[in-house]
Design a protein around this ligand. Structure first.
Ligand code: G6P
Ligand code: MN
Length: 448
């Protein structure tokens, strides 16, 4: 089986390759094609993968290319993990937003809109090429903002694109552990949009254990989301939100923490990764060791400003080992390629799951996966305040897709202005002006 990774020179590619190395079953991936625009980054990643493979005779063969059509032709699976504008772009998204006093995070609020406006046209171009060159391939979208990008691609390749994220999986794993269950024995009632979802139940052996968790401040204080949101707020909500809801429920604190931070997340990662790729140019650099050290530092500082704003300490040791994205991606690929039926929380078209959204809206929801793809399962309806947020943010995503298609500045302004975390139309106008002068990738927004 042939897997193509777009953004193949990206820092997290070795996580995926590590997961593939652990798969010895019949029908596993035997060829990996890495595509990237930057040959230097591809060279660095290839060195890490070679050290990971060692002398394992079953290690998937790796080829690299900077030609997109060549990369797609003949692929069975395509992982799309691109970053339009690079980490410099991510840092600019944050800088511009924070200067206006709003959030610049890459998936939430103004930053997510700017990143979406840059990414959607590129993702749509990829989807069109997949339809032409690899019409039977399945696309697994890792690219943020993952829900929006998956929906934009699904307009061209339908259910053959599936978006993934590890934050609901991590949340489910943490809650199950706190309740003394193995994550595989727990059924998690989770739904929303990507980075905007809530756990409303966790059923172990048919019994909902969430009320037990919500009723016990000690248990609530023993895992990441419990500490981030605090027991009182979780009891009021009657649900456990995805960690990214911290940007909504504690918006002022999060914005202030990011403004006061020495560096934003994007700027930190930009510098950290520049050092990594620079080190990889030295022929004698220990590739895997350098990569792993860099990865560990990245994990340890994930959402550090939010944790600081909430006054909680460092991440739990068990949250530092990876095992998120790559495990979800591998499980998804195996389920489809070998009909190994499983249930995973994924970003797929709504169908009739949430009555508040139309059938084609991409949502994040537990799905039953088999050779026919990912099928959302039915879940309890969302409470009113969650319905409100989901509808508002989906409306914003739709404006982003419309602006990407038409090149209309008015539509792009509308996307910013309608977001619940952008509090003025004037701010929205200034944001668009600043982003278009900052990013060459937004030059297409040149119509009224
Ligand atoms: C989580 C999120 C992802 C994000 C990743 C890395 O897994 O769900 O969407 O890409 O963290 O975040 P970072 O800030 O390290 O880029
Ligand atoms: Mn994510």
């Amino acid at each position: 089986m042939r897997l193509t990774i777009l953004g193949g020179g990206g820092f997290r590619v070795p996580l995926v390759y590590g997961a593939l190395l652990g798969d010895h079953a019949e029908g596993r991936v035997t060829h990996v094609t890495l595509h990237d625009l930057d040959a230097g980054r591809l060279g660095a990643v290839v060195r890490v993968l070679a050290e990971q493979a060692g002398d394992d005779p079953g290690a998937p063969a790796v080829t690299v290319t900077t030609d997109l059509d060549e990369a797609l032709t003949g692929a069975d699976f395509v992982f799309s993990a691109i970053r339009v504008g690079g980490l410099e772009g991510r840092a600019a998204d944050e800088r511009v937003a924070l200067a206006e006093g709003v959030l610049g995070q890459e998936t939430v609020g103004a930053g997510g809109i700017a990143y979406g406006l840059r990414t959607v046209p590129v993702a749509v171009d990829i989807a069109r090429r997949v339809a032409r060159l690899a019409p039977d391939a399945w696309v697994i979208n890792f690219t943020n903002p993952a829900g929006l990008v998956t929906e934009a691609m699904s307009r061209h390749i339908g259910g053959r694109v599936i978006g993934i994220c590890d934050s609901p999986v991590g949340l489910g794993r943490r809650i199950a552990r706190v309740l003394g269950a193995h994550p595989d024995e727990a059924w998690i009632d989770y739904v929303g949009l990507n980075h905007l979802g809530w756990v409303r139940g966790l059923h172990i052996a048919g019994r909902d254990q969430l009320p037990r968790l919500l009723g016990d401040p000690g248990l609530l204080g023993s895992f990441e989301e419990g500490r981030l949101f605090g027991p009182d707020w979780l009891q009021s909500l009657g649900a456990i939100p995805n960690e990214y809801l911290h940007y909504y429920y504690f918006n002022r604190e999060a914005v202030r923490a990011y403004q006061e931070a020495k560096q934003t997340r994007g700027a930190f990662l930009r510098d950290q990764q520049a050092r990594f790729y620079e080190e990889m140019r030295r022929a004698d650099a220990p590739a895997l060791e350098t990569w792993d050290r860099t990865r560990a530092e990245r994990e340890a500082t994930y959402m550090a400003e939010n944790r600081e704003a909430a006054g909680v300490g460092e991440r739990d040791a068990c949250d530092l080992e990876s095992g998120g994205y790559e495990k979800v991606a591998l499980a998804l690929m195996r389920a489809i390629a070998r009909n190994e039926r499983t249930t995973l929380i994924l970003n797929v078209r709504n169908r009739t799951t949430l009555s508040l959204l139309d059938e084609d809206a991409v949502i994040e929801v537990p799905c039953f996966v088999d050779a026919g793809g990912a099928h959302p399962v039915s879940v309890a309806p969302l409470p009113d305040h969650a319905t409100g947020l989901v509808c508002s943010v989906k409306a914003v995503e739709r404006e982003v897709m419309a602006a990407a298609e038409s090149g209309s500045r008015a539509t792009a302004v509308k996307a910013f202005a309608l977001h619940p975390l952008v509090d003025s139309v004037s701010v929205a106008r200034r944001l668009l002006d600043a982003y278009t002068s900052e990013h060459p990738g937004l030059a297409y927004l040149n119509r009224k």
